[in-house]
Design a protein around this ligand. Sequence first.
Ligand code: UDP
Ligand code: MG
Length: 317
Amino acid sequence: MATYSVIIPVYNEALVIRETYRRLKTVMEQTGEPYELLFVNDGSTDGTLDILRELAVKDETVKYIDFSRNFGHQIAITAGMDYASGQAVIIIDADLQDPPELIWDMIARWKEGYDVVYARRVKRKGETLFKRWTAYVFYRLLRAATEIDIPTDTGDFRLIDRKVCNQLRYMRERNRFVRGLVSWVGFRHIAVEYEREPRLAGETKYPLKKMIRFSLDGITSFSHKPLKLASWLGFALSAASAVGMMAVLYLKWFTHSTVAGWASLLMVMLFCNGVTMTMLGITGEYIGRIYDEVKERPLYIVNETWGVGTRHERKPS
Ligand code: UDP
Ligand code: MG
């Protein structure tokens, strides 16, 4: 049984994976305790799996789970947790944007008795202004929308204790926002800070489309506030239209001027239709997610594994 499980989700990371392995290996060796490097291959199409096989044959601390297709980063992390055997589970990106050396600090905190040690980025290097800006806005929006305390500027790079991992295994929701779930579970949290490095090689696997989906998952999983927006907007619009109606009637009855033209009519109609559509869209986001849940499909499908034991996705009794 390993003391530490390091989960590394990989999607087309053939360019970086050897170097990531080497850096992680060096760091984990120095802990002097048993560990496993658990790669989750999320449907890569670029030979990542071949490299994993080669590493696994040579090094028994290397284990992997291979998905039948691309299921997404958050699901890959989840699978890692289902198979991890360590007393502490560390989640880290494969592109070395998260420095493996920080794991030592995390372990030190864990040994002090903290159950979740998350890494907060105080700086992001080599990422576009657009990415930094959208990430900044997203974390603040999320914080404003949700009741639970999700730390800002914190990714999935973190260490979690076995008891936190066991609780997370119990939560099988589909459109997952793992860092939110970790906060939701509770226990003792602490942050360690770091500067985020640029990607070692290759390009981001989070294009705009995935980013938008991911942020919507984050907000809808932890907040009903967007739904309440509809009631408030409806109320505000009704109040405004009552005032407008009185003004129009006053002009008609007590003066000689009337409000003219279809332009104003069209404007009001377009505006109100826009609001209605947006609200329908928001409702749709929630309904779609309900639909995903009721289908009860498995979160992921495994093609092949190496070195791992049985999968535990429910709370062990
Ligand atoms: N990843 C994955 N499946 C995906 C997208 C990403 O397993 O569908 C992995 C990817 O290989 C990397 C981590 O998730 O290890 C973070 O992705 P990336 O570095 O591209 O995201 P960014 O740092 O640009 O937000
Ligand atoms: Mg990255």
